[in-house]
Design a protein around this ligand. Structure first.
Ligand code: NI
Length: 256
């Protein structure tokens, strides 16, 4: 079975047929999905989906690009949601310097706060980091992130930087980008990182793999990522599914 470690089925892209898509997943070989919080509004929807479908779990957190409206009062709500039984991780949290707003200071402040929240609720972290390589590592080290456990989602840095995440015992989230022709750096990273630290993810509705690149993504497309990973690692697709499933269960601390 396939474990999609990172999806956004609360996204408006699924408003027309969310139930249809989610109900079709187990029959299509997708056994578990973690639906990841990004905005303040999405966190409640994540929990609703996780309560409705036994194979859907929630991660609760506020994405760095969505951290501008956070206040202490709202943070208190996020904190309560993180304690929910259906919440398996705190995320996605991190830094995104691709867009100029919110300022780095605001992003860093809420990143640190949410890492501390993960420690308080004793759950692993889902990290989003774009064009913020150094600051992300500095903050993760400062907060002793290896004690929390977690994943660097949609990994986009160099194979050299991968070493630093391996040293923190983090998992690597690999998705549709792996199938893109121009993904040379990511293919090198997947070659370098031991299979025991790799999980697969869609980031649905974004980042659909070839041959569906550009279309709305859902967990069923992970079959293409599995195929590409098997070719790079020189193992069977069955082994990729099995190992990434076991890894995802370790990451999110679930029974297999
Ligand atoms: Ni995401």
């Amino acid at each position: 079975m396939i474990f999609d470690t990172h999806a956004h089925y609360d996204d408006h892209a699924f408003d027309e047929d969310r139930e249809e898509v989610l109900k079709a997943l187990p029959g299509a070989g997708v056994g578990r999905v973690v639906n990841i919080g990004s905005t303040i509004e999405s966190c409640e929807k994540c929990l609703e989906l996780a309560r409705r479908y036994p194979y859907v779990y929630a991660a609760i957190g506020v994405h760095p690009s969505e951290s501008e409206p956070l206040t202490e009062e709202i943070f208190e709500t996020v904190r309560r949601q993180c304690m929910d039984q259906r919440c398996v991780a705190v995320g996605e949290i991190g830094l995104d310097y691709y867009w100029p707003e919110p300022s780095a200071e605001i992003q860093k402040k809420w990143f640190v706060r949410q890492l501390q929240l993960a420690r308080e609720v004793n759950k692993p972290v889902v990290i989003h980091s774009r064009e913020a390589c150094r600051d992300t590592l500095d903050i993760l080290r400062g907060e002793r992130a290896w004690e929390l456990g977690g994943i660097i989602h949609c990994y986009s840095y160099s194979p050299e930087t991968a070493r630093e995440y391996l040293d923190m015992d983090f998992f690597f989230g690999i998705g549709g980008v792996l199938t893109f022709k121009n993904a040379k750096k990511l293919k090198e990273t997947v070659q370098y990182v031991p299979m025991e630290k790799i999980v697969i993810e869609t980031d649905s509705p974004y980042l659909a793999p070839v041959p569906n690149r550009g279309k709305r993504n859902d967990s069923r497309n992970l079959a293409y990522v599995v195929r590409e990973m098997a070719a790079i690692k020189g193992i069977s697709e069955e082994e990729v599914r099995k190992i990434t499933w076991e890894n995802a269960c370790r990451l999110y601390r679930m029974e297999e």
